[in-house]
Design a protein around this ligand. Sequence first.
Ligand code: ARG
Length: 256
Amino acid sequence: MDTILNYCKKIIGGNIINGNELKYPFMATIWYLDGDEFSFKCGASYIGKNYFITAAHCLKQRDPRMTIIRMGSNSLTNLQDIFRIKQIYIHPKFNRENLKNDIAIIETITQPDNIKYNPVRLPCNHLINICYTIGSTVKVIGYGKEDKKGNKQYVDDLKEVDLKIKTLNDTKYTSNFICSDVFLAGDEKDGVILDSCTGDSGGPCMKKIKDNWVLVGVVSWGNGCSEAKFPGVYTKVLSYHNWIRDICKFPACSNH
Ligand code: ARG
């Protein structure tokens, strides 16, 4: 292809910001007012217009003035864009005790610039077999802690990990905690148990389908982090398709 054309495409479509390419231009972060400063709390995903998806347990404070969304870099300390919040929609059936229906939508006052930020796609019903097949690979990204006990600092560079969807039988979870609106994902590499951890919550668990990232899950909870037979638990986005569509008023599903 023509070099200039290629270059323009890179600048316009390739999300170059201060020379940094945003690898995941829908990755967002949630920050809470903590004293007189905002501190990082959770991940979130930009899904289009003024809307973001995160985990309900990330939003303790329903007051929109206590929370902001930041985006715009692959580094937690270098996020340039701040979005103030208009409204928070916690799933009406969210249960704080057992974390069932751990999903929320955030509507921001202003819309992210669509040249810089591309929304992640949402799964349609017909993708159920592709998205949630046992053994298939999904990717989780986030700034979560890397220490097993979640003690260490949040990481500065956006991390990614490939995990495999697990059945309940592969794990030590009991079925009363694992309903059909969640799925489990984990893996092991060179004796290391791969998992998400504190700070990854609310962030995307996704799958690339025909060149587009599709949001299959939201990081929800786990029994500690990287514990054998206790993979991470993810909210199954497809189960909330109608709820998302009713709030966002756009087709909450991608047509593949
Ligand atoms: N709930 C935690 C958070 O608020 C992390 C959830 C993921 N845990 C796991 N072991 N995969 O950030």
